[in-house]
Design a binder for this molecule. Structure first.
Ligand SMILES: Nc1ncnc2c1ncn2[C@@H]1O[C@H](COP(=O)(O)OP(=O)(O)OP(=O)(O)O)[C@@H](O)[C@H]1O
Ligand SMILES: O=P(O)(O)OC[C@H]1O[C@H](OP(=O)(O)OP(=O)(O)O)[C@H](O)[C@@H]1O
Ligand SMILES: [Mg+2]
Length: 287
């Protein structure tokens, strides 16, 4: 099973980080190598440009791919299926035009020129609106094209909006929302490895924003403590070795809680009688 991942750019680091956290540690993958092995002898990694990954998966150079939804749409591949939204690399593709110009609506684009790195997505967008501008494909610095008379407007990626602002461009309309996705070629989806990889990546997402809480609680206070734990599901209660039964005896209580609730929960369980409270990070959570 081979997974194609971005070789550089802003998606490279977070993707490698996610694989590592999912337990798919990379080996022999020194900088600038095309392939890397992972600790799982059945899983290897192919490094490719974010824009090339959908085609690599569709053509069989890799079986699974991790890249932006925008790239998957642009590649117009019809034999791949999305398996998981990895929820990073969030951005929007927008139609934008010079701030103080006359182009303020999609209809204003009739007879105009629109520059983009995403000609297919742009063509589909305009096909749906019935407006038919000329679409010019560029390979970068799209935001400059309206200022050098190459184009009247652009379709490009924005997230914070800084780049559009710097280039005095204003959003005319939304074209597509994107985030990074795991996807696979149709003919490998039955392979159990696919579900293993999907589950491993999903478990990292599941664990994000969650903490593991452990504490000791006198048996007599157990109900009070239980009542203030906002756990995902009930807490786990365990006997402590060497403790006698009876109201003075303590039990160990473990629970998964949302990170934002931890501060308040600690105060509440302490007031309810818990002691020796430990908070730890969770690497993975398989539900
Ligand atoms: N500003 C942004 N915020 C969030 N996600 C982004 C942003 N820009 C790009 N992306 C996402 O990252 C993907 C790859 O963009 P990136 O800029 O890393 O690569 P690239 O410029 O295509 O790479 P290359 O240098 O190989 O041409 C995009 O397709 C999009 O899904
Ligand atoms: O709304 P913003 O936060 O400003 O982000 C938008 C910019 O981010 C991307 O470029 P990137 O930084 O990847 O540079 P690149 O042109 O080298 O790909 C994209 O092509 C935009 O130019
Ligand atoms: Mg870029």
């Amino acid at each position: 099973m081979r997974i194609a991942v971005p070789n550089k750019g802003r998606l490279h680091e977070p993707t490698i980080d996610l694989l590592e956290r999912a337990g798919l540690h990379l080996e022999n993958g020194a900088d600038r190598k095309l392939y890397a092995d992972t600790v799982d002898p059945d899983v290897s990694v192919l490094f490719a440009r974010a824009a090339d990954i959908p085609e690599y998966v569709a053509d069989g150079a890799a079986d699974l791919g991790i890249t932006g939804y925008d790239q998957v749409c642009e590649a117009r591949v019809d034999n791949v299926e999305e398996l998981l939204d990895l929820e990073f690399g969030r951005c929007r593709l927008v139609l934008a035009a010079p701030e103080d110009g006359a182009l303020e609506t999609v209809a204003d684009m009739a007879g105009k020129t629109v520059a983009t790195e995403f000609p297919n997505i742009t063509a589909d967008f305009f096909a749906d609106t019935g407006v038919d501008p000329d679409i010019v494909e560029v390979t970068g610095a799209t935001e400059l094209t309206p200022h050098v008379e190459m184009a009247d407007a652009i379709v490009d990626i924005t997230s914070t909006g800084t780049t559009l602002k710097m280039n005095r461009l204003a959003v005319v309309d939304d074209v597509l929302s994107s985030s990074v996705r795991l996807f696979g070629r149709d003919d490998v989806l039955e392979n159990p490895k696919v579900e293993e990889v999907r589950t491993a990546l999903a478990s990292v997402k599941q664990a994000e924003g969650k903490r593991y809480l452990m504490m000791n609680v006198p048996t007599a206070k157990l109900d009070d403590v239980r009542n203030v734990i906002p756990g995902l599901g009930g807490p786990t209660v365990m006997n402590i070795a060497g403790e006698d039964d009876g109201d003075d005896a303590a039990v160990a209580v473990h629970a998964v809680v949302n990170e934002r609730d931890v501060f308040e929960t600690i105060t509440e369980v302490k007031n309810a009688g818990a002691s020796d409270i430990l908070v730890t990070e969770i690497e993975r959570l398989v539900e």
